[in-house]
Write a protein that binds this ligand. Structure first.
Ligand code: ZN
Length: 423
């Protein structure tokens, strides 16, 4: 029976994506055992960790046993930079990527040929769930390089059989020309860069009807539903969120389907657990947890996929800001700005320290009309933004309006936080 006949959405790997949950649990357990045995036998790092925690890798039989396993944290990867935690010799590694290293020393990831095959098929699932087929012209406007975005989406789109344009990020004018001339139907990039492209199109006076865009697959940074609505309206496409991180191969870890009600996780490759960031204990479904999985639901989705869904990502714990003792994610600020008339979702948070107190100032770009308008309207908007932010974040932050395009435009991940605190 075809997907159309059954009324179910098209899946790249239906045998996995619609797998019976009990069978999936069995598959996860088998793969977990194989992984644990392997790292224990090949890496002294894990042998020491497991021994110290009193964990016998052959004795892990259930999800409960999983809780006794020690965590691997970013610092472990940094301390073993660059190749210390590779479980295979370099001669079996055919590709290297790295995290951006913006919050410290970059962490390096190696892929075997088999890893690349798994990675491509995981990205293909995300693309198909987002509405891409072999009939599409896919413009990959993620950066190609050590960052996993460009190559990750590229391989997945090629596997699906789409016509792939390896644009990489930047060269915005050329990007837009090619989008029109090559009749791009699917755009893959960060949501902030998509917003930049949309604003440029409007500025150049390109009529929306002259584009062939149908779907946008945006990821690489947290974004809000309000931002989704703006992108869908400005670019006239259906936008879906997808998630990944280089430590878990890159994009393809999870992606939204057309139901847009959470991101389906590649649970055959990754076992998702929701953990309380403070205690390390399991967090209740529906809670905000570390690994930034906001919710994890195994309820069947309207699309027919049985894979669990995670809520939209608030931010990486690395991005978490603590302003006067209150936790805030940049994506919360974005959600407030998108909803406000006159303010653009181009913003930057500047952190400073005065007399041992952290202060946050949010710089917000506003339209020329407002920026050059009388002071009264300007201060009115500034106060409104400050009030809404205080309501959303639970802490007062200073707001400064700046002229359009005065904040650096990220071509990849937007620079949302500038930390000027010392010590
Ligand atoms: Zn779904």
């Amino acid at each position: 029976m075809s997907d159309e006949q059954s009324g179910q959405a098209t899946c790249w790997q239906p045998e996995i994506e619609r797998m019976d949950r009990e069978a999936l649990g069995q598959l996860q357990l088998e793969r977990l055992e194989a992984t644990l045995t392997r790292v224990y036998r090949t890496l002294p790092f894990y042998q020491q960790r497991f021994d110290a925690a009193g964990v016998d890798p052959d004795g892990v039989r259930s999800a409960e046993d999983l809780r006794r396993l020690p965590f691997t944290v970013k610092d472990d990867l940094r301390k073993n930079y660059p190749y210390g935690l590779f479980a295979v010799p370099l001669r079996e590694v055919v590709r290297l990527h790295a995290s951006s290293g913006t919050t410290g020393l970059a962490t390096v990831v190696g892929y075997t040929r088999n890893d690349l095959r798994h990675w491509s098929s995981a990205v293909a699932r995300v693309l198909v769930a987002g509405g891409v087929s072999k009939d599409d012209v896919v413009q990959v406007a993620f950066h190609y390089g050590l960052f996993t975005g460009g190559f990750g989406l590229h391989q997945g789109a090629e596997l699906v059989g789409a016509s792939v344009i390896p644009m990489s990020s930047g060269h915005t004018k050329q990007q837009l020309r090619i989008m029109q001339d090559y009749r791009t139907t699917a755009l893959c990039c960060t949501p902030s860069y998509a917003m930049h492209l949309a604003d440029e199109l409007i500025e150049q006076g390109v009529p929306r009807g002259s584009l062939s865009l149908r779907v946008g697959l945006f990821g690489g940074e947290p974004w809000s539903d309000a931002m989704r609505r703006q992108l869908e309206e400005k670019l006239q496409l259906s936008a879906t969120d997808n998630y990944g991180l280089s430590e878990l191969m890159g994009p393809g870890v999870a992606g939204e389907c057309q139901a847009k009600a959470g991101l389906h996780l590649a649970e055959d490759h990754f076992l998702a657990e929701l953990v309380d960031p403070e205690s390390g204990a399991p967090a209740a479904p529906g809670a905000v947890g570390e690994l930034v999985l906001t919710t994890l639901t195994t309820e069947r989705c309207a699309c027919g996929r049985t894979l669990a869904r995670m809520g939209r990502v608030l931010g990486r714990t690395d991005d978490l800001l603590i302003i006067k003792g209150v936790k805030a994610y940049p994506s919360q600020i974005e959600a407030v700005l998108v909803a406000l008339e006159g303010a653009d979702p181009h913003y930057q948070i500047v952190l400073t320290r005065k007399a041992a107190m952290d202060e946050a100032t949010v710089l917000v770009e506003v339209s020329e009309a407002i920026f050059f308008d009388e002071m009264r309207r300007q201060s009115g908007l500034r106060e409104t933004i400050a009030r809404r932010l205080a309501e959303e974040l639970g802490v007062h932050v200073a707001v400064k309006l700046v002229e359009r395009k005065s904040l650096a435009r990220g071509e990849g991940k937007a620079v949302r936080v500038v930390d000027r605190r010392e010590g």
